[in-house]
Write a protein that binds this ligand. Structure first.
Ligand code: HEC
Length: 104
């Protein structure tokens, strides 16, 4: 019988290995993304699951979303724009986008 827990653990390790060092919920917390976003539900900003769903087939999403994180912008989810996040480097922004897009 296959033990799925091992498979899941292996997949998780592979995921960690393939993403930049800080692509993690901790980074979202330390950059204060969690003040406006949650994984499961809409707060001030959209739920990360909803973001992942919307951009699942969008190959440009990594680039457009990481730019949006750094520069801010609005019009995709509602009236409220996202403020620029000057404390987020391009590498960190890409890491965050990869993590967000993996929330499905
Ligand atoms: C002050 C509140 C606030 C903070 C802090 C914030 N966001 Fe947002 N975010 C928003 C809002 C509002 C939107 C919706 C913008 C729109 O409608 O286009 C959004 C949208 C997004 C989107 C989707 C963009 C799109 O065009 O579909 C991503 C990805 C995202 N945020 C990631 C982050 C990350 C990562 C951080 C932390 C570095 C962060 N946000 C911090 C409010 C915030």
């Amino acid at each position: 019988m296959v033990d799925f827990r091992h498979l899941a653990a292996a997949a998780f390790v592979a995921l960690l290995a393939s993403s930049p060092a800080f692509a993690s919920p901790e980074l979202a917390r330390s950059k204060n993304c969690v003040a406006c976003h949650s994984i499961e539900r809409k707060m001030i900003g959209p739920a990360y699951k909803a973001v992942a769903e919307r951009y699942a087939k969008d190959e440009a999403a990594l680039k457009t979303l990481s730019e949006k994180i750094m520069k801010g912008g609005g019009g995709n989810w509602g009236q409220m724009p996202m403020p620029p996040q000057p404390g987020v480097s391009p590498e960190e922004a890409e890491g965050l986008v990869k993590w967000i897009l993996s929330q499905q």
